[in-house]
Structures are given as structure tokens and as C-alpha cells.
Write a protein that binds this ligand. Structure first.
Ligand code: SF4
Length: 329
């Protein structure tokens, strides 16, 4: 690890100003410290925000929840209101990482964690995300964990977060403070970028933007599911995951909010799939069609071709479970 200056921010404004001036922000450090040890990131200055008090979960005037950026993943998963009203989020958090990591990892940091593409972490290999213009080791390389949707010929990495997948399904927004002190909100739908020609740009934050909270809308009701398919039962990233909030009225699907992990450079959402489900009665055929629609534009890279049928079947299985079709069989 290379030497760096360390400072503790005394206020949000101070942290935002330091970030604007090129400092790297640290909170839980569960991803950043690995990146620094491997010299994938080598900041000159690291500013610690852990004493800024952004660790409350509070009700909002709109009837939702405001989750402070420094709320640990473990606390968020265990919060009574989250477990009751946003169970998909609690389940996604508990599917991520390990108990020790969830105690340290923060809400804001989870949103900003970097891809686990092997080539990104190996500084001897080309990687357009780490070193723009150097090429992509994963294209034509070992790409079993890589993207099947929204990738480009510059980068096929996936976003590793489980939490962000559930938040996207819930319609969350990110609260950001700028160095000027101005606060603004960015819908999670608009927060992440596809890789395109600039895979090093992962989100729409500008220099000095500091995430202070995540805002959840009022509880959506319905049945919540988070299913994560991975190589082992714990402490593994998703090959495919599905976050689902399904509302039924009688025998008909009245609402469907769905997001997917392990498939793309960002937590994926496809409104076409949700729209085709609403107003329909659950059936094996309907859910098979939903799976087909989800992967209609999917493209495998060889070693990850299996993700296409896996995503299709996982979505169909989650929908059968959430609508009671599975139990009725
Ligand atoms: Fe780098 Fe993206 Fe290629 Fe991985 S997939 S090597 S992160 S450019």
C-alpha cells in the first residue's frame, strides 16, 4: 500500500470540499482498503467521515424512510420498520457479504462499491475501468461472473451490490450534498451509468458530491422476495439475483416491482417485464414469457452464457413463489 494522508472530517461541508479537491472518502472501508492494498486505488489523501453522525433511520414526511449514509448494513437489515415494510431490502442485505462485513459496511459505501471483476483487481492486466484505453481483459478472457445485459465492447463488468438491487426495486432515491451546501436527490433509476465508452464513470456523482442518505418511498405493501443464485450459500456475489415486490388483487397481479443483480453494470430494472405482468393472473406460461422478455437482448460472453437461462428461470421461480403459484402446484 502506498503512503497517504489521513484526516477526519468535522462536517459534511468539510468532507464534500475535501472530495471536490481530490480526497478519497472512507467510511466502513470494506472495499476501499482492499483496493488500496492492491494499488488499484492509490489516493494521496483519505478523509474519514465516520464521525459525521449520518447513522439514523428516520421516517420522512412523505411516509417513507430516510436511511443515513453511515447506517451499517447489519443495522439496516435488522431495523424493525425495514423488516416489516421493506422486507425485500432486509433480505437483500442479509444475502450480502458476511456478518463481520455487514457490521462495518455502510449504506452509502454499499452503493459505491466497485465491481469484483478479477481483471479490475489485477494491475498486471488490461482494464478500461481501472486504466481507460488499456483494453478489457474479461472480453475473451475468464468472464463467468460478467454481464449479459447493457454491456459494451469496453467493459462487461457487473455491479456487486445486493442492497442496491432491492433499493432499485423499491424506487429509492439518493440524497447528495454538494460542496456549496446544496442538497439534491437523485432517483436510483438515474444514479448508475452503463459502461458505454467510459466504464470508469460508474454513476452521476460530481466531484465533491457526498451521499448523506437514501430515501425510501412509502411502504409498497405486497409480497417481498429476494432470491440470490451464487456459487456457495454465503459470502459470494450474485450470479443472478431477483428482488421482487408483488401486489395481488384477488387472483390478479396488481403491481410488480422487479430488479436484478449480477446481470449488468448496474442494478437492472426492466419496466416492460413489470407492465406485462400487471392485470394478469399468475400462470407458468406468463412467468415463462416474463423470463423470455427479461433476457431478450441478453448477450453472453462464452463462460457466462449460462446466466441467460439462469436469469430467465430465476425470475419465473421468484414470480411463482411471490404470487403463491408455487404453493398452489
Ligand atoms: Fe475492466 Fe470492465 Fe473489462 Fe473487467 S470487464 S477488465 S472491469 S473493463
Amino acid at each position: 500500500m502506498r503512503p497517504f494522508d489521513y484526516a477526519r472530517a468535522g462536517s459534511v461541508a468539510e468532507a464534500a470540499a475535501a472530495a471536490r479537491d481530490g480526497a478519497t472518502i472512507i467510511a466502513g472501508g470494506t472495499n476501499l482498503l482492499d483496493l488500496m492494498k492492491l494499488e488499484v486505488m492509490a489516493p494521496d489523501r483519505v478523509v474519514d467521515i465516520t464521525r459525521l453522525g449520518l447513522d439514523a433511520i428516520e421516517p420522512t414526511d412523505a411516509g417513507g424512510l430516510r436511511i443515513g449514509a453511515l447506517v451499517p448494513n447489519a443495522d439496516l437489515a435488522a431495523d424493525r420498520r425495514v423488516r416489516r415494510d421493506y422486507a425485500v431490502l432486509s433480505r437483500a442485505l442479509l444475502a450480502g457479504a458476511s456478518g463481520q462485513l455487514r457490521n462495518k459496511a455502510t449504506t452509502g459505501g454499499n452503493l459505491l462499491q466497485r465491481t469484483r471483476c478479477y481483471y479490475f483487481y489485477d494491475t498486471a492486466m488490461p482494464c478500461n475501468k481501472r486504466n481507460p484505453g488499456s483494453g478489457c481483459g474479461a472480453i475473451g478472457g475468464f468472464n463467468r461472473i460478467h454481464a449479459i445485459l447493457g454491456a459494451s465492447d469496453k467493459c462487461i463488468a457487473t455491479h456487486p451490490s445486493d442492497m442496491a438491487v432491492a433499493m432499485r426495486a423499491l424506487g429509492a432515491a439518493v440524497e447528495v450534498v454538494r460542496p456549496s451546501g446544496e442538497t439534491h436527490r437523485i432517483a436510483l433509476d438515474d444514479f448508475y451509468c452503463l459502461p458505454g465508452d467510459t466504464p470508469q464513470v460508474e454513476n452521476v456523482l460530481e466531484p465533491g458530491d457526498l451521499i448523506t442518505a437514501v430515501l425510501l418511498p412509502p411502504p409498497p405493501g405486497g409480497v417481498h422476495r429476494y432470491r440470490k443464485v451464487r456459487d456457495r450459500a454465503s459470502y459470494a456475489f450474485a450470479l443472478v439475483s431477483v428482488a421482487a415486490v408483488i401486489r395481488m388483487e384477488g387472483d390478479v397481479i396488481a403491481g410488480a416491482q422487479l430488479a436484478y443483480g449480477g446481470l449488468a453494470h448496474l442494478p437492472w430494472r426492466d419496466r416492460r417485464v413489470e407492465e406485462m405482468l400487471v392485470g394478469e393472473a399468475p400462470s407458468v406460461d406468463l412467468f415463462a414469457l416474463a423470463g423470455e422478455l427479461l433476457v431478450r437482448e441478453a448477450r453472453g460472453q462464452g463462460a457466462n452464457d449460462f446466466k441467460i437461462p439462469l436469469a430467465r428461470r430465476t425470475l419465473a421461480a421468484v414470480l411463482a413463489d411471490a404470487t403463491g403459484l408455487e404453493a398452489a402446484k
